[in-house]
Design a protein around this ligand. Structure first.
Ligand code: NAP
Length: 370
C-alpha cells in the first residue's frame, strides 16, 4: 500500500508543512480511511493562532482537520458496521482532548476514524459533497441534543410535532444547515436567519420562517412573527448572533436557552504565531463576553458555548452517526448541505482553502480533493 503523507502543524503558532507520516493501524472500534476529500473549518485556522488557549493539551507536531470522506482500507477489532472498500464520511477527532493523536487528524492520506463518528456514504453522493457534513453536523447535534445544552428530543425518537420552535441564527452556515434539518427531523419548527439569496435553501432544508440577519428590524420582526409560539431555545451562529438570540428569546414564552457556536469576537485578523496581536483581541473578547453575560442575566436567558467534539464521548455521537444519519442520508431526508466549493487538489491546497474560508463563503463549504 502507498505510504502516508500529512499536512503537519509542527509547533504552536507554526506554519503548516507537508511531510511523511506514520500509517497507524486501527485499534478496537476504529477504521483506517484513505481520505479522498476533506473540508476545512474555522477551527483549523484558529488552532495555529489561539491553540494554546483553546486546545492547551494539543501535542505537536499535530495533524488538524475534522471532515473526512474516503474509502475504508482496514478495520480494527470489534468493528461491525464497515468493511474494507466501503465509502465513508466521518468526524476526525485528532485534536480533541480525549484523542490528542495525530493519526486521527483529517489532513493526511490515511486517517483513523472512530466507528461511532462515521457513516456510510450513499452511492449518489460524491466524496466532496459528503465531506461537508461531519463537523457542522456534530456541532449542530451537540447544540440541539446534548443534555447540558438544548437537550431536545432526538430525531431517532421523533413520533410527531413537539409544538415548539427553535431559532437557528446563521442558518446558511454549515452548522446551521445541519441544525435546521436535525431540529425539524426531531419534530420542532425552525425559524432561521440568512442573507435573502439563501432563503430558498433554508426553506428546502425545512425552515418554517426565514429572516435577513442584516435587517435593522430583524429582532422585532422575528418576535412579531413568533408571537403565539412556544420557544424550545436558540442556536446562535456567527458574529452578533448570541446577543440577537437572547433578545428574541427574552421576549417570548418557552425555554430561555441559547447554545452558541461562535465567540463574541472573531480571531480572524490575528496572524498565526503573533502573540502580541492576540492580547487586544482577548481583551475585547473578555469585555464582549461580560456584556453578553449581563444581557443574558437581565433577560433570564442561559447562554452556553458549544463544543462540537463533545460527541466523541457522549451518546449523541452514535445516535447521529450510527442510528440517524445512514438512513436519513440514503432516503434523502438529510441533505449534505451546504454545497461543496472545491479549492484544489492535494494536501498543499489546504492552506489556500483555509484562506478562502477566512475571506468568507456564503452557503458553501470549502473542500479539498486528496
Ligand atoms: N463551537 C464549536 O464547536 C464550533 C464548531 C464548528 C463551527 N463553529 C463556529 O460556528 C461558526 C460557523 O461555522 P461554519 O463553518 O458553519 O461557517 P461557514 O459555513 O463558513 O459560514 C458561512 C456563513 O456564515 C453566514 N454568516 C456570516 N456572518 C454572519 C452573521 N453575522 N450571523 C449569522 N450568519 C452569518 C453567511 O451567511 P449568508 O451568506 O447567508 O449571509 C455564510 O453562509 C463559526 O463561528 C465557527 O467558528 C463552532
Amino acid at each position: 500500500m502507498p505510504e502516508n503523507e500529512a499536512l503537519w502543524l509542527p509547533a504552536k503558532g507554526a506554519a503548516f508543512r507537508r511531510g511523511p507520516a506514520p500509517r497507524t493501524p486501527p485499534q478496537a472500534d476504529e477504521i483506517l480511511v484513505r481520505t479522498r476529500a476533506v473540508a476545512v473549518n474555522p477551527v483549523d485556522r484558529l488552532i495555529p493562532v489561539i491553540g494554546g488557549f483553546v486546545y492547551p493539551w494539543l501535542s505537536y507536531p499535530a495533524i488538524l482537520g475534522s471532515d473526512v470522506a474516503g474509502e475504508v482500507v482496514a478495520v480494527g477489532p470489534g468493528v461491525t458496521r464497515f468493511r474494507v472498500g466501503d465509502r465513508v464520511l466521518g468526524h476526525a477527532v485528532g485534536p480533541e482532548k480525549a484523542s490528542n493523536r495525530a493519526a486521527e487528524g483529517a489532513f493526511q492520506s490515511f486517517a483513523l476514524l472512530r466507528e461511532s463518528m462515521a457513516a456510510p456514504i450513499p452511492a449518489p453522493l460524491s466524496d466532496e459533497a459528503a465531506a461537508v457534513l461531519p463537523l457542522g453536523l456534530s456541532t449542530a447535534a451537540c447544540a440541539l441534543f446534548e443534555p447540558d445544552l438544548l437537550s431536545l428530543r432526538w430525531p431517532t425518537a421523533a413520533t410527531g410535532a413537539m409544538g415548539e420552535t427553535i431559532l437557528v441564527w446563521g442558518g446558511s452556515t454549515s452548522v446551521g444547515c445541519n441544525a435546521i434539518q436535525l431540529a425539524t427531523a426531531a419534530g420542532y419548527d425552525v425559524f432561521a436567519t440568512a442573507s435573502p439569496h439563501n432563503f430558498d435553501l433554508l426553506r428546502r432544508l425545512g425552515a418554517a420562517g426565514v429572516f435577513d440577519y442584516r435587517s435593522p428590524s430583524v429582532v422585532p420582526d422575528m418576535i412579531a412573527a413568533l408571537r403565539g409560539r412556544r420557544m424550545g431555545g436558540a442556536l446562535a451562529i456567527g458574529a452578533g448572533s448570541a446577543a440577537a438570540c437572547l433578545r428574541v428569546l427574552g421576549a417570548l414564552p418557552g425555554r430561555r436557552f441559547v447554545a452558541t457556536a461562535s465567540p463574541p469576537v472573531s480571531f480572524d485578523a490575528v496572524p498565526a504565531g503573533r502573540a502580541r496581536h492576540l492580547a487586544p483581541v482577548l481583551l475585547r473578547m473578555a469585555l464582549a463576553s461580560g456584556r453578553l453575560w449581563l444581557a443574558a442575566r437581565r433577560r433570564g436567558v442561559t447562554l452556553r458555548m458549544i463544543w462540537g467534539g463533545a460527541l466523541l464521548t457522549t451518546a449523541t455521537g452514535p445516535m447521529i452517526y450510527r442510528d440517524y444519519l445512514p438512513r436519513a442520508l440514503a432516503e434523502g431526508r438529510h441533505r449534505a448541505a451546504p454545497e461543496p466549493l472545491l479549492a484544489g487538489k492535494g494536501l498543499d491546497a489546504i492552506p489556500a482553502a483555509l484562506e478562502m474560508q477566512r475571506r468568507g463563503v456564503s452557503a458553501r463549504k470549502v473542500v479539498v480533493r486528496l
